[in-house]
Each structure stands twice: as structure tokens, then as C-alpha cells.
Design a protein around this ligand. Structure first.
Ligand code: AMP
Ligand code: ZN
Length: 469
């Protein structure tokens, strides 16, 4: 399989340290808010990659962190911890925020048929691991203490910029948005491994450390969580393209300095989903969620289909018009598949011929749009329906669009008992009132009560709607 590698900046033959086994790491969400559909584009494409590895016969171990501490508003170690910001916004504790948005993230993933990684590890569960690696970096002379914080010394490296040839001046304070001078740093790009003195005193989560009470920097968590579960070498590391610098650059710097050898030879970066107005971002506060799409009547899998129609290395523009086109095509595709009959045996030669086209598309730098074309080719193929169905089921192991699942047509949706519908509406109103009074425990209780009865609440800026089943 050829896969673009951000490290070599070429499409390389994918390889693993151990034959037949893939060790894969994915940067997880910062759980201070809902994931927007841009974040989820990255997770969808990483899911396709993981499933394609498995489809190709690899055994995969995939690890993902949950960032529940240390990710500051600016990636350059300044600003407030995003988790604390979220907690203040919603008048909850940081851990309540973390739990709520971690659950919301996995609910979204489920709707989009994104498989949960084999290991999911919150940063707050690995403080001892961070302390061990930071101590090791100090011992080896790669880190220093200044103003109470521990910094990584980038001047100790032969090459710091591994993904991009940045000009130092481009990164100068004031040029990049939100970057403020930190006089403790010896070099402009040094980054914090452990904070004890930050400009805000009210950091909610703090731990004892050899350098005083404090909390870890964001970058160290991914290095340590990866090492904890995948050992000293992993095969491939994934994330959105915005993570290449500084996050992944810093991960490589500290991991290789600590280990004394190569850490991860292959890097998979998904390009952004943008709106017509520019990059979609959580911190701007105006973002599109899966629940919002659902409340507007879209099947989340139509969004997955929309993502699969374009290449992960091209930025993708989201507009409702574009999504409508994809959703329309998806509905037609499903109708064509639903019309296939059970008409005998699978023609193995045809099966192999069309499967080869699908494999060729994905072997070519995970070209999902060509893989979707291969799916359309199957429907047009000169073969019986049984063969077509078998091929579609086979492709769906990677595409995960539930292509052959029977769907209940809208007008066949079982009518809800009017009394139950009234109760749901009443509880939605009670939950809104509870939230207004900042009684989040009660609001969560109502959500859980309805969930137990098969009712999923869908929150959006326009209010709360619900879905049965
Ligand atoms: P965060 O929760 O902000 O840490 O981001 C989670 C993942 O989403 C990371 O891999 C980011 O690189 C990725 N990401 C952030 N914004 C976008 C976007 N607009 N399109 C695609 N991926 C994104
Ligand atoms: Zn990461």
C-alpha cells in the first residue's frame, strides 16, 4: 500500500516494524466542548485507514488519548487551559466537563460508525508516566527548569522542524495569533513539559511532582500514552494537519530525545474541513455538530459518505448545498442496493475482479473517492445481484456506511404513543429548566432516563430535539 508520509513528504510503501502487525496512535479530542464535524472528518478518515489495515490482513492495535488537561488556548503554551475554560462556561467541574464531552464524542463516533480504538486513555490517568519521562529528559540534558516550569530545550536537537521548513521568523511572537512572549524560554520554540507557574492561579487539576505542584503540558501526554501502550516504537501516528506543528513536532522531539532512537516513521495527517468562511474551529464557538445535522434531518452516515467522496489530503469545503448533494446521492445509492435480489451464487471471478479495483483505489494513498467509484462500478457490473451484494458487503467492512442494512423508510417510522411523546416533551422542558438553574446533575439524569427508554436527546443551538432508537 502506498501512503503519503508527512515525514518524508512522499508517498511511501506502508511498512510495519513487526510483520502483519500495525501499532497505530491517534491524537484524541480535547473534551471541553462537542466535537465539530471538522474534527470528525479526521476521525472518519483515520477509521477508514484502520479498517483498511484490518481488511488487508493486518492485526491492528490502535491507541487514542483523551485530552482532559494541559491543552492551553494557544498551542504555544499560552492562554488558559481549554478544559478550565469549558468548566467555567458551563459552571461544572473540569471532570464533569471531561466526562460529558467524552461521552458525547463517542456517541457521535457511534453514529458515524467510527470504531472505538482498542485503547482509550485520558491524560489525567497517566500523570506518573509524564513525570517519569520529564524526569528522564531533565537527566539527559534535554529539559531545563525556568520560572518554576519545565521546558524542552529545542536547541539540543539536530533537527527540530521535521514536517515543515518553517522560518524561525514566521513563528516569532506576535506573528502567530495568540502567542505571547514567555521570558523563561531559552529558545523561541522551547515548549512546556510541566507547568507549575502559569499566569492563572486557578488551574483546577494539579498534581505533586519533583518540580512542585502542577500539571503536564499537552504534547507530553501523547508521547507517554503511546509509549505506555505501544512500547518504544510505533508504526503510524495520525491527526489533523493542524497538529503537525507544534504538537507532533514536539511529540517527536521529546520522544526521540527520551528514547534515544527513532520513535515513529510514518505520519498520517488529515486536511481540514473548512466552511465557506474559513477553518472550522471549536474555539471560535460557532461549529457544526453531528446532532445539529441530525436535527436538520440528515443521516450522520450521509456526512460520512460526504467525507469519503474526497481525498483526505485535500481540504474539504462544507456547505449545506454540498452536503445535500452527497445526501441525495447516498439515498439513491442505498435504494439501488436495496433493490438487489438474492439470485443465486457468487461469481468468484467477477468478485475478484471488482474487489481488485477497490483495493487498488485504497492502496493508492487511501483514495476513498475512487473506492466509492469502485462501488458504483459494482452496481453497473455485468454480473448477478448475489455477486454485487457480496462485493458491497465486503467493501462496507472499510467504508462502514451500513450499505446493506435495512432502513425503515421515513413514512414507515412506527408512530410514538402520544402519551409517551408528551412525556418526552415535558422532560425536555424540565431538563432545559434544570440546565438554566445550573442543576446539571438533574439535566444529566433526565438524559439518562430517556436514553434507558430508547430516546436520544439531540442538543443544538436551536434547542433540543429527540430521536427514538
Ligand atoms: P481537538 O479536539 O481540538 O484536539 O482536535 C481533534 C482532532 O481534530 C485533531 O486531530 C485535530 O487536528 C482535528 N481537527 C481540528 N480542526 C479540524 C478541521 N477543521 N478539519 C479536520 N480536522 C480537524
Ligand atoms: Zn496528540
Amino acid at each position: 500500500m502506498l501512503l503519503y508520509n508527512s515525514l518524508t513528504r512522499t508517498r511511501d510503501e506502508f511498512k510495519t516494524y513487526e510483520p502483519g502487525k500495525v501499532k497505530m496512535y491517534t491524537c484524541g479530542p480535547t473534551v471541553y466542548h462537542f466535537a465539530h464535524i471538522g474534527n470528525l472528518r479526521s476521525y472518519i478518515m483515520e477509521d477508514v485507514l484502520e479498517k483498511y489495515f484490518r481488511y488487508s490482513g493486518y492485526e491492528v492495535k490502535r491507541v487514542m488519548n483523551i485530552t482532559d488537561v494541559g491543552h492551553l488556548s494557544s498551542d504555544a503554551d499560552t492562554g488558559e487551559d481549554k478544559m478550565l475554560k469549558g468548566a467555567k462556561r458551563e459552571h461544572k467541574t473540569v471532570m464533569e466537563i471531561a466526562k460529558y464531552y467524552t461521552d458525547a464524542f463517542f456517541t457521535d463516533c457511534e453514529k458515524l460508525n467510527i470504531k472505538t480504538p482498542d485503547v482509550v486513555e485520558p491524560a489525567t490517568g497517566c500523570i506518573d508516566d509524564f513525570i517519569k519521562v520529564v524526569s528522564g529528559l531533565i537527566e539527559k540534558g534535554y529539559a531545563y527548569i525556568a520560572g518554576g516550569n519545565v521546558y524542552f530545550d529545542t536547541s539540543k536537537l539536530k533537527q527540530y522542524y521535521i514536517f515543515n521548513n518553517f522560518d524561525e521568523d514566521d513563528l516569532e511572537v506576535g506573528v502567530r495569533e495568540g502567542v505571547e512572549a514567555d521570558d523563561n524560554k531559552k529558545n523561541k520554540n522551547d515548549f512546556v513539559l510541566w507547568f507549575t507557574k502559569s499566569k492563572f492561579e486557578d488551574q483546577a487539576l494539579k498534581w505533586d511532582s519533583p518540580w512542585g505542584v502542577g500539571y503536564p503540558g499537552w504534547h507530553i501526554e501523547c508521547s507517554c500514552i503511546s509509549m505506555k501502550h505501544l512500547g518504544e516504537r510505533l508504526d503510524i501516528h495520525c491527526g489533523g494537519i493542524d497538529n503537525a506543528f507544534p504538537h507532533h513536532t514536539n511529540e517527536v522531539a521529546q520522544s526521540e530525545a527520551y528514547l534515544g532512537h527513532e520513535w515513529c516513521p510514518q505520519w498520517f495527517h488529515v486536511h481540514h474541513l473548512n466552511t465557506t468562511g474559513g477553518k472550522m474551529s471549536k474555539s471560535k464557538g460557532e461549529f457544526l455538530t453531528v446532532s445539529l445535522l441530525e436535527s436538520k434531518g440528515y443521516d450522520p452516515l450521509a456526512y460520512r459518505f460526504f467525507c469519503l467522496q474526497s481525498h483526505y489530503r485535500k481540504s474539504l469545503v462544507f456547505s449545506y448545498e454540498n452536503l445535500d448533494n452527497a445526501a441525495g446521492a447516498f439515498t439513491k445509492l442505498l435504494a439501488k442496493i436495496a433493490a438487489l435480489k438474492n439470485d443465486g451464487d457468487v461469481d468468484q471471478a467477477k468478485f475478484d475482479e471488482y474487489k481488485a479495483r477497490f483495493v487498488e483505489a485504497l492502496d493508492n494513498d487511501l483514495n476513498t473517492s475512487l473506492a466509492v467509484t469502485a462501488l458504483y462500478d459494482v452496481l453497473k457490473a455485468d454480473t448477478n445481484d448475489a455477486t454485487k451484494k457480496a462485493l458491497i458487503e465486503d467493501f462496507d467492512r472499510v467504508l462502514s456506511l451500513d450499505l446493506t442494512r435495512e432502513r425503515v423508510a421515513e413514512d414507515e417510522t412506527p408512530a410514538i404513543d402520544p402519551e409517551f411523546a408528551a412525556e418526552i416533551e415535558r422532560l425536555i422542558a424540565e431538563r432545559a429548566a434544570a440546565k438554566k438553574e445550573k442543576n446539571f446533575a438533574e439535566a444529566d439524569r433526565i438524559r439518562a432516563y430517556l436514553a434507558d427508554r430508547g430516546v436520544t436527546l439531540l442538543d443544538s443551538r436551536e434547542g433540543t430535539t429527540y430521536k427514538i432508537g
